[in-house]
Each structure stands twice: as C-alpha cells, then as structure tokens.
Write a protein that binds this ligand. Structure first.
Ligand code: PGA
Length: 256
C-alpha cells in the first residue's frame, strides 16, 4: 500500500527565523501521526536551520528546486548534489517555475535525473492551465508532461519518486478541483500514463499527490480518492496548525 504524504511547499515565504519556528511547531503538532509521511519545503537559505529544527523527528525536508549540473559557472543555481545532507526531497517543475522561470519538460527531466542521481526524492509537478482545461486538453497535456518528465528513467527510479498533479487554475485561487475531478486525473491520466510506460506494478507503487487549494476543510474528501496518495500544500502549509490538522485528518482517513 502506498503511504500517504502531506508535503508543504512554503514557496518564497518565511525568513530563516520564521521557518525555523514553523518547523519546530510542525514537529510538535504532527509527531503522533506516523502513518503519514510529512515533508516541509522551505527556501534554500532556510534548509540548514529547518533541518536542525527537525532534528531526529521523522519529518522530511525538501528543497523547491535544483540545477542539473554538478558545479560550475551557473550563477544563482544550486546543484542537486549540494542538497545532500540538507534535504531528502526536492520539488521539481512546479508550475510557477514553468511559468515564471522558463522551465520546460526537458529541463524538468534533467533536474529529475540529477535529483535521483544525488539520492534525493523528486516531487515532480504537472498540471494544466485554465485555458487548456477549458479546451478539453487536460488529458493529453498532463500525460505529455508525465512522459516528458520521466523520459529515460527506469521503472525502479519512477516508483521511487513522487508525482504531484496540480491544475494551475486551482493553485492559490481557493478553487480546488473537486475531489472527483482530482481523483480522476490522478488515476485516469497520471497513474494511467505511468502504467502505460512502466506496467502495473510500477504504476501501483508510484505515489501521486494532488495540489491546489487544499486545506483542512477539503483534505478528507480528497484523501478518500483511491488514486490520490497525498497533497502538495501551498498556502495552508504556512500555518502550523492548519498543516498539522491536514496531517491529522489524513492519518484518520488512512486508519479506516
Ligand atoms: P496552494 O498551492 O495550496 O496555495 O493552492 C499549492 C502549490 O502550489 O503547491
């Protein structure tokens, strides 16, 4: 059975001091819910302090990006290998990176490979825009993004990573996809594409998260969808209580 994951994407929020305090609060509030994988993703500059605040608690730390080259003249970038020891996870290809920083399926693929080589677990994001959704292109577009991201990876590598389906129109808008819609795409498109490429066993082992306006009030319904294995949470993960509540609710859903 796939273990559920609640991953908090803190985006460009929180100073080092604030991130450290939030990490400490999350350790306290979520320590009882060991049937849920908890992952928190601060900015690069807070990774070290957040890692220290987490200490030996079973909470994963993730970066929000990495670069595929190992070192060199790439001003402003951070190599995947440099994250070792500071993070176990890295978010790759978030729609904000694709939209504002020119990331493509090809760079997402390179970053995913670099992250895997560095021993990190990539959380690879895919998702369609509102225009694509309204034009009925969701299936072909999202399936294409999955193919692009996974190009050249082995089945073993694919089942070790995490895919996050985040419809762009649902991110930060308060307009979450209905749990049914989200579940249908996570299963019928994302997992189905993995199945087509790698077969049933890999598809069944690969975790698929949903992201986009998740919060304590809708997470139970979302987690009841059989093909949704967790959430990539933006706004609601910036508050320790609301994130802790989402972990608690998920833990309950999975005990049933
Ligand atoms: P949101 O963001 O939960 O604030 O909609 C999700 C994300 O961008 O990962």
């Amino acid at each position: 059975m796939r273990k559920p994951m609640m991953a908090g994407n803190w985006k460009m929020n929180k100073t080092v001091a604030e991130a450290t305090a939030l990490a400490g609060q999350i350790v306290e509030l979520t320590s009882g819910y060991t049937n849920v994988d908890r992952v928190i993703c601060p900015t690069f500059i807070s990774l070290s302090a957040v890692k220290a605040a987490v200490g030996s608690a079973p909470i994963g730390v993730g970066a929000q990006n990495c670069y595929w080259e190992e070192s060199g003249a790439f001003t402003g970038e951070v190599a995947a290998a440099m994250l070792a020891g500071l993070a176990e996870y890295v978010i790759i290809g978030h729609s904000e990176r694709r939209q504002f920083f020119g990331e493509t399926d090809e760079t997402v693929n390179k970053k995913t490979k670099a992250a895997l080589t560095a021993g990190l677990t990539p959380i690879v994001c895919i998702g369609e825009s509102l225009a694509q959704n309204e034009a009925g292109e969701t299936q072909s577009f999202v399936s294409g993004q999955v193919r692009g991201a996974l190009e050249g990876l082995s089945g073993e590598q694919v089942q070790s990573l995490v895919l996050a389906y985040e419809p762009i129109w649902a991110i930060g808008t308060g307009l979450a996809a209905t749990s049914q819609q989200a579940g249908d795409i996570c299963g019928g498109v994302v997992r189905a594409t993995v199945r087509e490429l790698y077969g049933e066993a890999v598809a069944e082992a690969t975790r698929v998260l949903y992201g986009g306006s998740t919060k304590p009030g809708n997470i139970a319904e979302i987690m009841q969808q059989p093909d949704i294995d967790g959430a990539l949470i933006g706004g609601a993960a910036l508050d320790g209580k609301s994130y802790g509540e989402m972990v608690r609710i998920t833990s309950e859903v999975y005990q049933k």
